[in-house]
Structures are given as C-alpha cells and as structure tokens.
Ligand binder design. Structure first.
Ligand code: 5GP
Length: 114
C-alpha cells in the first residue's frame, strides 16, 4: 500500500480539503508555495504515463476537481491563478508512486521550472 493509499484509508493523517467518490485533495506536507495541494485519484494509478484508456474520465475528473478547489479557494480568477504539475519518474521528480496533481498557488511561480 502506498503512502497516499494510507491517506485515503485514513491510516495516515492529512489535512483533507475535498473528497468525492473518485478523488481526494489534501495539503502537501512540505508546501512549495503558500497554497500547495495534492489532487489524487482513489484508484491507485502509479503515475500519469501508466494510466490507461479506461482512466480517461477519471483523469478529466481530477482536472475538474482541481478547478473546483481553485474556485473554492478564490484563486481561479486569472489575476490570481495557480499551476498544476504532474511529476512522472526520476527526471520528472516523482517521489510517491501514486498519481497526484500538485496544485500550487499564492505566489508568482517562475517559468521555466527548475
Ligand atoms: P512528487 O515528488 O512525487 O511529485 O510529490 C510527492 C509529494 O508528496 C511531495 O510534494 C511531498 O511533500 C508530498 N508528501 C510526501 N509525504 C507526504 C505525507 O505524508 N503527507 C502529505 N500530505 N504529503 C506528503
């Protein structure tokens, strides 16, 4: 069982800000911006490149959840804004093998990323 599956199962505590039947959103334990959330599927897909055609609706749902949470936090307006990041594998910076979308906001983020 991965760390994030344990969070879904409430075996490890997390600061959960949104939940539905397919997705969970919680605060990152080491925030890289004033707002740093992780949007994860409850289905244990290891990483985005290993999602299958059967996951198409779920992947879309996760993006819609990110947008909804951004709206709820008051950061969806384009004068504020946010960034979504998915890390895949070693060069991508992936540390936890359970698909997650980082939602970062609250400061001006640099581009290109480091
Ligand atoms: P990755 O590097 O895999 O894209 O991102 C994994 C993220 O999970 C990191 O930003 C890290 O801070 C976060 N993380 C690792 N362990 C925990 C934990 O136990 N609880 C929470 N809430 N976040 C965690």
């Amino acid at each position: 069982m991965t760390l994030f599956e344990k969070i879904i199962a409430r075996e490890i505590p997390a600061d959960i800000v949104y939940e539905d039947d397919q997705a969970l959103v919680f605060k990152d334990i080491a925030p890289q911006a004033p707002t740093h959330l992780l949007v994860i599927p409850k289905k244990p897909i290891p990483r985005v490149g290993e999602a299958g055609a059967e996951d198409q609706a779920l992947l879309g749902h996760l993006l819609l959840v990110a947008g909804k949470v951004a709206e709820d936090l008051g950061i969806r307006s384009t004068d504020k804004g946010f960034r979504l990041v998915i890390n895949h594998g070693a060069n991508g910076g992936e540390a936890v093998p359970h698909l997650h979308i980082h939602l970062l906001a609250g400061r001006k983020l640099e581009w290109p990323p480091g």
